[in-house]
Design a binder for this molecule. Sequence first.
Ligand code: MG
Length: 179
Amino acid sequence: MIAVFDLDGTLVDSDRALSDAFVALGVPREDITFGHLLADECDRLGVSVDDYLAAYDPEHAQPFPGIDEVLAQLLVWGVCSNKHPESGAAELARLGWQPTVATFADRASGPKQLGPVLAALDVAAADVLYVGDTAHDRACARTAGCRFVLAGWNVRAEAAPGDLVAATPAEVLTLLRPS
Ligand SMILES: [Mg+2]
């Protein structure tokens, strides 16, 4: 099995950094939701993407504990994120991560999809676990025919009935092994 990961809230503990930028622009913290295209969430909350990006401090966001150790053990892995392509690439460079395939999303492409990731990896959907932290991630996996694994190490992530839940990043390695 091959792992493909969402980025924000799954590999990177970025909820606080993502929220702080909205709060700095006057948005009540409780109004903020996660897992969407940035442009869509900015539209919903009434702020401009440019203002948001100026207020966002990516240095705030660090990998969740144990993520670096897990990624170091994967020969082939992917990232499929709703981050904008520019900020997504900058984030991977900052963290020193080199996934085999990384796809991002913007208004032109629409929300992220796993299909292009599977094609670039040249793997069948049945051979991929998609690890994510939101209902949108679960829906992406279902649409593509991949197994979904909830990033249970993010305390905000809510399991739905039937979810595979990894309590720690290391548990993802266990799920990847043939049983
Ligand atoms: Mg996420």
